[in-house]
Design a binder for this molecule. Structure first.
Ligand SMILES: [Zn+2]
Length: 453
C-alpha cells in the first residue's frame, strides 16, 4: 500500500509532502517531494528547538482571550493550527474519507501495482502513545478483566492511540498481580483492532499519604523492591514505569534496586527539591503528571518541579485535559522541558462515557461536565483521551510539532519502544493517523491496516 499526496510528520521540522510505502505491517519507504516541503508551523523552522512557543504574541494576548472553560482559544477553530501564518492552503477534502482508489503513480520510484491511497494533502502523524491511562468505556485496567482491557484497547485505537501503557491504582498486591497477568495475556493475544501494549505503568502503592490524590490510602505502602520484582514476574517483565514518593522510608534503596530494569518515576509526593534530586541521582528519571499530586513550584522551595527542570535527562508527564493544569502552565512546561514532555491522558473508566457515577480503586467517582471528582471534590483523573489532550495543547499555543512529539516519540522513549514506534521512519511499525488540516482525526492505521474509528 502506498499513501500518496501526504503531509508527513517529520518531528521538529514539521511536515513534508511525500508518500509512504507500507507492507508487512511496517513502513517500508518514505519518499519526500523535494519541492513540496511545507512546515506545519512556519515559525517552527526559524526558531531553534527549546525556545518553546514560536509565536510569542499568542502568550501575550492570552488573558483577554481566555474561554469560559479555562482553556485558551488561540485561534478561531476554522483557522486550524496555531500559527495563522502557516503556508498551507485549505486542502480540498471534499471527497473525504479518501477511500483507497487506484491512480497513476506520481513518483516513478514507487511501484504502480500496489494499492494507492491519495490522502489529498492531509496530515499523517505517528499513532499516539499513552503511557498513563487507567481506563475508558466503563472499564478500568485495575479490574483485571481481560474483556475490559480488550475493550479499552479498541477504544484507544479507534481514538488514535495505537500503543498504551495501562496504569494501575493503589490496590492490594493480589489485585495488581491479577491486572498485570491480564496485561501480559493481552500483549500475547491482542486483537488486530486493539492498541498495542507498550508496557505497564505501576502507579501505586508507594505513595505519600499527604499527596495521595485519588489513590486509596488503605493500600498505601512503603517502597518494597521484593514486592515489585514479584509483580514484575507476574507481568512477564512488562512493567516499564513504576512510581514512588522519594521521601518515603526505603525509597532510595528501592530506586537503586529497580531502576536498572524499570523506569522509576517520582509521583504522589511531598518531596523537597533536595529529596527529589537524590531520587534522580539514585536512578529515577521520570515524573508522573507534573504539578498534580505534588507541591507547586515555590521560589524558595522549588520541589519536584524545580528538580526535574534541573536534571535534563528527566522526562515529565503532563495532563492537558483542560482540568488538571492551566494552559499557561502547559506553555511554560513545554518551554522549560523541551523534548522531554510526555502528554498523558490519566483517563478513568468514565472516559468516553456519559456523566454519572463510576468506581476508581474502591472509591466512588462522579463525572460531571467533563470533570471526574471524588465525593470530597478531589480531582480523580481525567475523562479525556490523549488525542483530545494533544489537540488542546495545540489550541493552547504549543507549536504543533512539539505537541505531537509529546504524544508520540517522547512517550515511546519513556516506554522503551522507540526503536519500533513513535515516529514515521522506515522499518518502524506502520501505526499512523490521518488528520485533516484542522486536526480532526480521520483514519487510524495499526500494523498498516485501517481500523474503524
Ligand atoms: Zn493515574
Amino acid at each position: 500500500m502506498i499513501l500518496s499526496n501526504a503531509m508527513i510528520f517529520r518531528g521538529m521540522e514539521g511536515f513534508a509532502k511525500g508518500s509512504l510505502e507500507i507492507s508487512g505491517g511496517r513502513i517500508r519507504r518514505i519518499v519526500l517531494e523535494a519541492s513540496g516541503r511545507e512546515p506545519s508551523d512556519g515559525s517552527m523552522c526559524i526558531e531553534p528547538p527549546g525556545r518553546g512557543i514560536s509565536d510569542g504574541s499568542m502568550c501575550i494576548e492570552a488573558p483577554d482571550r481566555e474561554s469560559s472553560d479555562g482553556s485558551m482559544c488561540i485561534e478561531k477553530p476554522d483557522k486550524g493550527p496555531s500559527n495563522g501564518s502557516m503556508c498551507i492552503e485549505a486542502p480540498d477534502l471534499e471527497d473525504w474519507p479518501g477511500r483507497p482508489h487506484t491512480e497513476e503513480p506520481r513518483n516513478p520510484e514507487l511501484t504502480s501495482d500496489d494499492d494507492r491511497i491519495d490522502v489529498g494533502g492531509a496530515y499523517v502523524i505517528p499513532g499516539l502513545i499513552d503511557i498513563h491511562t487507567h481506563g475508558n468505556s466503563g472499564y478500568d485496567f485495575s479490574d483485571g478483566d481481560a474483556d475490559g482491557l480488550a475493550a479499552m484497547g479498541r477504544y484507544l485505537a479507534a481514538h488514535g492511540v495505537t500503543s498504551f501503557a495501562p496504569a494501575s491504582m493503589t490496590l492490594p498486591y493480589e489485585c495488581l498481580e491479577k491486572a498485570f497477568r491480564t496485561a501480559a495475556e493481552y500483549a500475547r493475544n491482542r486483537s488486530k483492532n486493539g492498541a498495542r501494549l507498550a508496557g505497564i505503568h505501576m502507579e501505586g502503592p508507594f505513595f505519600s499519604e499527604g499527596k495521595k490524590g485519588a489513590q486509596n490510602s488503605a493500600y498505601l505502602r512503603n517502597p518494597d523492591s521484593d514486592a515489585f520484582f514479584r509483580l514484575q514476574e507476574a507481568a512477564g517483565g512488562l512493567i516499564r514505569i513504576v512510581d514512588v514518593a522519594p521521601e518515603l522510608e526505603g525509597a532510595e534503596a528501592f530506586i537503586r534496586a529497580v531502576s536498572p530494569v524499570c523506569r522509576v518515576s517520582v509521583a504522589h509526593t511531598q518531596a523537597t527539591y533536595e529529596e527529589t534530586i537524590r531520587a534522580f541521582e539514585a536512578g529515577a528519571c521520570h515524573v508522573t503528571h507534573l504539578f498534580n499530586a505534588m507541591p507547586g513550584l515555590h521560589h524558595r522551595a522549588p520541589g519536584v518541579v524545580g528538580a526535574a527542570a534541573d536534571r535534563e535527562h528527566v522526562t515529565v508527564e503532563l495532563i492537558c485535559d483542560g482540568q488538571h493544569i492551566h494552559p499557561s502552565v502547559a506553555r511554560m512546561t513545554f518551554r522549560v522541558f523541551p523534548g522531554r514532555v510526555c502528554l498523558i491522558s490519566d483517563s478513568l473508566r468514565c472516559c468516553g462515557m456519559a456523566d454519572g457515577e463510576y468506581e476508581l480503586g474502591g472509591q466512588r467517582v462522579f463525572l460531571q461536565d467533563g470533570r471526574a471528582r471524588l465525593a470530597d471534590g478531589t480531582l480523580a483523573g481525567a475523562a479525556r483521551n490523549l488525542y483530545d489532550g494533544m489537540i488542546n495543547a495545540i489550541r493552547w499555543g504549543i507549536p504543533a510539532p512539539e505537541a505531537i512529539l509529546a504524544a508520540t516519540l517522547t512517550p515511546a522513549r519513556a516506554a522503551g519502544i522507540e526503536a519500533q514506534a513513535g515516529s514515521l521512519e522506515e522499518g518502524k511499525w506502520a501505526d499512523f493517523l490521518i488528520l485533516d488540516r484542522e486536526w480532526n482525526l480521520k483514519e487510524v492505521y495499526l500494523d498498516g491496516c485501517r481500523i474503524e474509528t
